[in-house]
Write a protein that binds this ligand. Structure first.
Ligand SMILES: NC(=O)C1=CN([C@@H]2O[C@H](COP(=O)(O)OP(=O)(O)OC[C@H]3O[C@@H](n4cnc5c(N)ncnc54)[C@H](O)[C@@H]3O)[C@@H](O)[C@H]2O)[C@@H](O)CC1
Ligand SMILES: [K+]
Length: 486
């Protein structure tokens, strides 16, 4: 898992590091990293470095200072550098002097559109970690006329560093260079950041435990249940699925299918869609009700269940079964309407709640808001459950405060029934004994991987995501040396 630190933590780490480094050293390390990345982009996009044209958009803080120093380094490689000063009276003095000495041009905002029209690359040094709100009017107007590739210093200006939200105008970067640590914006708003490149400024020893973690292929490969010599159909965990209704048999088929495709163990189904499930998945033992289904090691409850009396009793029954439960869709709505259902639960049995934003609002009484990480964390604590908040980024919070994020590759999962598939996958991982926070995070990661593999550039349905689960598991195992060995 890759660590992510909030701006408060990064600033504190930088302050500690600055006590041990010469003044200005950190900025120069950061700026040198920006110049290296800029040169790489110039080679790629303009076919040359020397004699190409770079425009620096320079705000009134240290972010602008980074851009100015990077411009000075680029001058040494023969680049024609022009700095547009957005806050002339607050421009970083040493950086400005360095660029002047190196032979860079300095222009005011009025000349911005003209120099931008000639640019091979634009460096966004408008605002960094101190950013609040969208771009101010002058910066917004300039950002609007940019046509060249954009390299953002630390973050694309106008996006919130800690939530990734954009209110108003913001830069859209092709590449973002981050210093010393990944910050929340880099994983919560990848569409604005483009490719994120890390520049080491020596912070690692000062950072401590991350605030968020990003799931990677190796994490999935390390925990995905693979049958071993001693295994039979029971030892790998039996997943129970209580989903669907006469009106929504499809949800039952998708959820059950996802559990079938995810692991080699057994899947049992309980509900009025038993016949449809059996017809599509002959390996599943399907019965009418939770009480006569037999032993399972986890339950998935909710997709297509309906919110009537039968659904409510089903939720009560699985919550009191003493095994880990993944509560999705209608089961989340039932808990929102009848919170007493949670009394049926043994507090020591893992519970995973998987709401999307509207279900979250019903459950918690408030929208997730801008800070989805904080919202998921608070809900996890309140319900003593792992809360997986769906969205373009999936956020998975544990009651102990740990948070996992999955960074999406496209929006292919914005399709009907994809949540049903996810809950079946999480249920299968829970049945195999995977701890709930990991099961939810890794399930979401492989779900997104399956979508990307199935899509290959064209819209897909949930059935195709489901069919791609084995390929996604193969892919994460192949990407990770640990996974390949097993
Ligand atoms: N602290 C350090 O040791 C290091 C800091 N570095 C750089 O320093 C940056 C942080 O610098 P600062 O704290 O000086 O602040 P910034 O450069 O992020 O912001 C400067 C000022 O911009 C204004 N501003 C805020 N929101 C704005 C908006 N939406 N539109 C326009 N202007 C806005 C504010 O008045 C703010 O004080 C980092 O992002 C990084 O680029 C790097 O040089 C690495 C080392
Ligand atoms: K920036």
């Amino acid at each position: 898992m890759r660590g992510v630190w909030t701006t408060e933590r990064v600033r504190a780490a930088e302050e500690r590091l600055m006590l041990r480094t010469r003044p200005g050293a950190l900025m120069q390390r950061a700026a040198f990293g920006v110049s290296v990345q800029a040169a790489r982009m110039l080679s790629e996009h303009a076919g040359r470095v020397a004699a190409s044209r770079v425009v620096l958009l320079v705000g009134g803080g240290n972010n602008g200072g980074d851009a100015l120093w990077a411009g000075a380094y680029l001058r040494r490689r023969g680049v024609r550098v022009t700095a547009v000063l957005l806050a002339p009276d607050r421009t970083h003095e040493e950086g400005l002097a360095a660029l002047r000495r190196a032979g860079g041009h300095i222009v005011s905002v009025e000349a911005g559109p003209e120099v931008l029209a000639e640019a091979d690359l634009v460096v966004d040094g408008i605002v960094g970690l101190s950013a609040r709100g969208g771009l101010r009017a002058e910066a917004a107007e300039l950002a609007d006329v940019v046509d060249a590739p954009v390299l953002a210093v630390d973050l694309p200006s106008g996006t919130d560093p800690d939530t990734g939200q954009v209110h108003g105008a913001a830069v859209r970067a092709d590449v973002t260079v981050t210093f010393g640590a990944h910050k929340p914006v880099h994983v919560l708003n990848p569409a604005r950041c483009g490719h994120v490149r890390f520049v080491d400024i020596g912070l690692a020893g000062e950072l401590g435990e991350p605030d968020l973690r990003v799931v990677e292929a190796a994490d999935a490969a390390a925990v995905w249940p693979i049958p071993a010599a001693h295994d039979d159909k029971y030892t790998q965990g039996v997943t129970g699925v209580a989903a669907g209704s006469s009106a929504y048999a499809g949800a039952a088929v998708l959820t059950t299918g996802a559990a079938v495709r995810s692991t080699a163990g057994m899947v049992r189904f309980a509900g009025s869609a038993a016949e449809a499930v059996r017809a599509r998945w002959p390996e599943v033992i399907a019965t009418g009700t939770v009480t006569d289904v037999g032993r399972v090691q986890s339950w998935v409850v909710g997709p297509g269940l309906g919110t009537g009396t039968d659904g409510r009793e089903t939720v009560r029954a699985v919550l009191s079964a003493g095994v880990p439960v993944c509560v999705d869709a209608d089961a989340v709505n039932l808990l929102a309407g009848t919170p007493e259902l949670l009394d049926a639960r043994d507090p020591d049995t893992p519970l995973v709640l998987t709401p999307h934003a509207r279900e979250f609002e019903r459950l918690v009484g408030a929208e997730p808001g801008d800070d989805r990480v904080a919202a998921a964390r608070a809900a996890a604590r309140r319900f003593s459950a792992v809360v997986l908040l769906k969205g373009h980024n999936t956020v998975v919070a544990d009651p102990d405060g740990r948070v996992l994020v999955t960074v999406p590759r496209g929006s292919w999962l914005a399709t009907a029934g994809s949540g049903d598939v996810l809950s079946g996958m999480i249920g299968a991982l829970l049945a195999a004994g995977t701890p709930p926070w990991t099961a939810a995070g890794v399930g979401a990661y492989v779900h997104a991987e399956a979508a990307a593999l199935a899509a290959r550039g064209a819209p897909i349905s949930s059935s195709e995501v489901l069919d791609a689960i084995p390929d996604a598991v193969r892919s994460v195992r192949a990407m990770s040396p640990a996974g390949e060995r097993v």
